[in-house]
Ligand binder design. Structure first.
Ligand code: GDP
Ligand code: MN
Length: 340
């Protein structure tokens, strides 16, 4: 087998459902980072910041994943800045690499064309592997099976404010499924046939579409076309049980079967966002206004009343980007616009 549980393990076992420094019990959650060995400097910086702003107070376990074994340097330097426990896992080959049934000639021709058209990562196979893994596989990794919730973190991101309230417990107590900080438009050239694939899936499986969904967030015409809006998935606080559920599993399979992750360059952000907007109720989607977050080149700086002060945020509240793009998310959906 590609992966032996426990094979690649450093640190203490993850202590879940035990009290942290606060009196609040922890949620069944992990902080997750996918990274390459070469990302080590940025990975350490992200971990250091999130530990300072949040995790030294809460003690959630970290999981790192990579399709290559993590180097001793990576494990040592990352472990050095973690206050709780950490596990390093290897991604199984069949969760990562381009499947054999993909027509490589067709895929390569499309990559060349997209590169010539200057589409970001248009010529990259590894980026496509990453997007497909983040869309349909990470939550199946053996190290993540014990967890329900995850906070996705990338190398070289920034957290600008104190996080004093446990976001996982917030999600759990308020019946949320997906949390974001920044929303964005996708490049149409990366997903030319994605929406048609989604529409076909919905037509074949109408039972999965939630009542009171957030379709109006991503379609301005009741589902006819996609307006390219998505949650920027380099930050996610969400339920893996949502991805593991029947609706998303069937949806991912239908999408993957078209080969669109390789023939086009479907990102995990629109793939996740469309599913969340369709299969969850809109009140199960949460905007984490209180979490100051930066991933180059955009920053979300808390705008809600008193949040910037309360979080002692270092970011400039005048320069926040993101949910401001959709000023009233998620309150501006009229029931007429909701597709169900
Ligand atoms: P961008 O944010 O869309 O520009 O993409 P990134 O380069 O930041 O990649 C997204 C995430 O996937 C980051 O956490 C990267 O460290 C990780 N990542 C990207 N490509 C690879 C890869 O080939 N292997 C591994 N292990 N991680 C990758
Ligand atoms: Mn990134």
């Amino acid at each position: 087998p590609d992966y032996i549980p426990g094979d690649d393990y450093v640190g203490l076992p993850p202590p879940h459902y035990t009290a942290g420094n606060s009196t609040q019990a922890r949620a069944n959650a992990t902080i997750l980072m996918l990274a390459r060995n070469g990302d080590v400097d940025g990975a350490v910086r992200s971990v250091r910041e999130l530990e300072d702003k949040f995790n030294h107070k809460f003690g959630y376990p970290w999981v790192f994943l990579n399709e290559e074994p993590f180097s001793d340097e990576f494990k040592r330097r990352v472990s050095n800045v973690i206050s709780s426990s950490v596990q390093f896992g290897l991604v199984p080959k069949d969760h990562w690499y381009q499947p054999d049934w993909i027509d490589e000639e067709k895929a390569a021709a499309n990559r060349t064309r997209m590169e010539q058209d200057n589409i970001i990562y248009g010529g990259s196979v590894s980026y496509r592997n990453m997007c497909r893994f983040n869309s349909g596989f990470f939550y199946r990794h053996p190290l993540l099976q014990q967890y329900k919730w995850y906070w996705r973190v990338e190398p070289d991101v920034h957290f600008h404010c104190e996080v004093d309230q446990d976001p996982f417990v917030y999600m759990e107590e308020n019946d949320k499924l997906y949390g974001f900080t920044i929303t964005m438009y996708e490049y149409h050239a990366t997903i030319p046939t994605l929406w048609d694939t989604v529409k076909k899936f919905i037509a074949d499986n109408p039972q999965y579409v939630a009542k009171d969904n957030a379709m109006a967030y991503q379609s301005d015409n009741g589902g006819d076309s996609y307006n390219l809006c998505h949650f920027w998935s380099n930050f996610e606080i969400a339920s893996m049980d949502f991805w593991r559920g029947e609706a998303y599993s069937k949806y991912f399979e239908a999408l993957d079967n078209t080969g669109g992750f390789y023939y086009e360059r479907w990102g995990d952000a629109p793939v996740h966002s469309i599913a969340v907007a369709l299969f969850a109720r809109k009140d199960q989607i949460h905007f984490f206004d209180n979490i100051g977050y930066e991933h180059n080149p955009y920053t979300h700086c808390p705008k809600g009343k008193g949040l910037w002060e309360k979080g002692k945020c270092s970011c400039n509240p005048e320069r926040s980007f993101g949910a401001s793009l959709i000023p009233t998310f998620p309150h501006n959906f009229s029931s007429k616009q909701t597709l169900n």
